[in-house]
Design a protein around this ligand. Structure first.
Ligand code: AMP
Ligand code: GLY
Length: 423
C-alpha cells in the first residue's frame, strides 16, 4: 500500500521509520518531510497546512493511508478535508482535535467528567482574570487557550508576575489569537510523565510511558523548548500509577469525547503530573509527542499500519499492543542558541555511521538536503536515539552515538535521563 505522512520533524521521521518496517507498505510519501525522511520516503513540497493541495495529491497518487503528525493541521481540520475527499486518514477530526486545540475546552471536559486535573477558571476578559488573581494562591499558572508552540504557559510566582502574564497573553497577544481566552490554574508539583495511546473512538490502548526534558539547559534551566530529549519507559510510571490512570483518566477521556459527540480516533497524548495526591492531567495532545515518538515507536512490536487501520475501523479491541522489554533514550542535537536565535546551513558529518547500527537511530528534524550534502536547517537538528537492555544502558548508548555526528554550533543537554538515577 501507499502511505503519506504529513509533517517534517523528528516525530515524522520516527513515524516514517516505523511505517517503513511494515511489509504491507510499498511506497511512502512525506509532505513536506526533511533530509532524513527523504532517505526512506519521497518528500513532496506541500506544506502541512495546504489542505486542498494535500487532498489533491493524495487522490492523484491513490494514497491508501495518510498519517498526520503535527498539531496545527489536526486542529485546523486536515483529517476532515482528507475524509471528505474519500481518503483514509489517521488522526482526529477537527471536532476531536479540540482536545489539544483549546485548553479551556479540555479543562471543562475534565471538570464535567471528573477527570483529575488542576483546579482552574477560564477567562475571556482580562479584567475578570485580574479580579480573580487578586485572591488566587501563588504560584499560579496562566495558559493561553489555543496552540502556542508549547510556549503559551506562564508560571507566575507573585501577583505582580500574574498581572503581567495576563497582559502578555490577553492584551499584548504574545501568542496571537491563542490568547483570546485564558485558563488560570492551580500550580502543582511532581514528576511529569508522557503517556501516548492509540484510540479508535471507543477503545484505548496505552503505549509505553516516556519522559521529556522541555528546558533548553542542563538542570532544567533556560527557556522552554519543543523538547531536548526523552527516555522510555519512565521508572516513575509504576503499576499503581498505571492502574489509577486506567481507572480515572484514560477510558474516561475517550468516553467523555464520545459522549460529547466528538469521537476521538488517533493518538491521545496524556501529559501527566504525578502529584502527592495522585496523577493529574496537565494537558492533552491530539498526536504523538516529539521527541516522545522517537523513543516509544522504536520499541513497539506491532506493525504500525495494523494499529492505525484498527483505529480508523474501530477494531482496536482486537489489537494486542506490545512493546519490547527494553528501554530507549533520545538526545536532541540542536543549533546553539535554540530556542532563541541561532544560525543554520552548516554541513552535518557522520550520518552514515547510523546506517547499519542496529538499535541506534538518527531522526532528522531541522535538516536540509543541498548539493553539498545535508546541512542544518532548524533549531532542533537531529534526535539521536538508542536502545539498551535498561535505561542506563540506553542512555550510555545514546550519548555515545551523539559523538558520531558533528556540525558547527552543535548543542545538546548533557543530562537527559538524569532522573533515572533517582528512581
Ligand atoms: P502544558 O502545555 O499545559 O503541558 O504546560 C507546559 C508545561 O508547563 C508542563 O509540561 C509543566 O511543566 C508546566 N505546567 C503546566 N501546568 C502546570 C501546573 N498546573 N502546575 C505546574 N506546572 C504546570
Ligand atoms: N514533547 C512534548 C510535545 O510533543 O508536546
Amino acid at each position: 500500500m501507499k502511505v503519506l505522512i504529513v509533517g517534517s520533524g523528528g516525530r515524522e521521521h520516527a513515524i516514517a521509520a516505523s511505517v517503513a518496517k511494515s511489509p504491507r507498505v510499498d511506497k511512502i510519501y512525506c509532505a513536506p518531510g526533511n533530509a532524513g525522511i527523504g532517505q526512506i520516503a519521497e518528500c513532496v513540497p506541500i506544506g502541512a497546512m495546504e489542505f486542498e493541495k494535500m487532498a489533491v495529491f493524495a487522490k492523484a497518487k491513490e494514497i491508501d493511508l495518510t498519517i498526520v503528525g503535527p498539531d496545527d493541521p489536526l486542529v485546523g481540520g486536515l483529517a476532515d478535508v482528507m475524509e471528505a475527499a474519500g481518503l483514509r486518514v489517521f488522526g482526529p477530526r477537527k471536532n476531536a482535535a479540540i482536545l489539544e486545540g483549546s485548553k479551556a475546552f479540555s479543562k471543562d471536559l475534565m471538570k464535567k467528567y471528573q477527570i483529575p486535573t488542576a483546579v482552574y477558571e477560564n477567562f475571556d476578559d482580562p479584567e475578570a482574570a485580574l479580579a480573580y488573581l487578586e485572591t488566587a494562591r501563588m504560584p499560579v499558572v496562566l495558559k493561553a487557550d489555543g496552540l502556542a508552540l508549547g510556549k503559551g504557559v506562564l508560571i507566575c510566582n507573585t501577583l505582580e508576575e500574574a498581572r503581567k502574564g495576563v497582559k502578555t497573553i490577553m492584551e499584548d497577544k504574545k501568542f496571537g489569537a491563542a490568547g483570546n481566552r485564558m485558563v488560570v490554574e492551580e500550580f502543582m508539583t511532581g514528576r511529569e510523565v508522557s503517556v501516548l495511546s492509540f484510540v479508535d473512538g471507543k477503545t484505548i490502548k496505552i503505549m509505553s510511558s516516556a519522559q521529556d526534558h522541555k528546558r533548553a539547559q542542563d538542570g532544567d534551566q533556560g527557556l522552554n523548548t519543543g523538547g531536548m530529549g526523552t527516555f522510555s519507559p519512565s521508572p516513575f510510571y509504576t503499576k499503581e500509577v498505571d492502574s489509577f490512570c486506567r481507572s480515572h483518566i484514560y477510558q474516561a477521556t475517550v468516553d467523555a469525547m464520545e459522549a460529547e459527540g466528538r469521537p476521538f480516533k488517533g493518538v491521545i497524548f496524556f501529559g501527566l503530573m504525578l502529584t502527592a495526591e495522585g496523577p493529574r492531567v496537565l494537558e492533552y495532545n491530539a498526536r504523538f509527542g516529539d521527541p516522545e515518538a522517537q523513543v516509544v515507536l522504536p520499541r513497539m512490536k506491532n506493525d504500525i499500519i495494523d494499529v492505525m487501520e484498527a483505529c480508523i475501523d474501530g477494531t482496536l479491541d482486537q489489537i494486542d499492543l506490545e512493546f519490547e522489554d527494553n528501554a530507549a533514550v533520545c538526545v536532541v542535537l540542536a543549533s546553539e542558541g535554540y530556542p532563541a536565535s541561532y544560525e543554520k546551513g552548516y554541513p552535518i558529518k557522520g550520518l552514515e555511521r547510523f546506517e547499519n547500527a542496529d538499535g541506534y537511530y538518527c531522526f532528522h528534524a531541522g535538516t536540509k538536503q543541498t548539493e553539498e550534502g545535508i546541512v542544518t536547517n532548524g533549531g532542533r537538528v537531529l534526535g539521536v536515539a538508542a536502545k539498551g537492555a535498561d535505561l542506563k544502558e540506553a542512555r550510555a548508548n545514546a550519548y555515545e552515538a551523539t559523538k558520531w555526528v558533528s556540525f558547527d554550533n552543535k548543542y545538546m543537554r548533557s543530562d537527559i535521563g538524569k532522573a533515572i538515577d533517582e528512581a
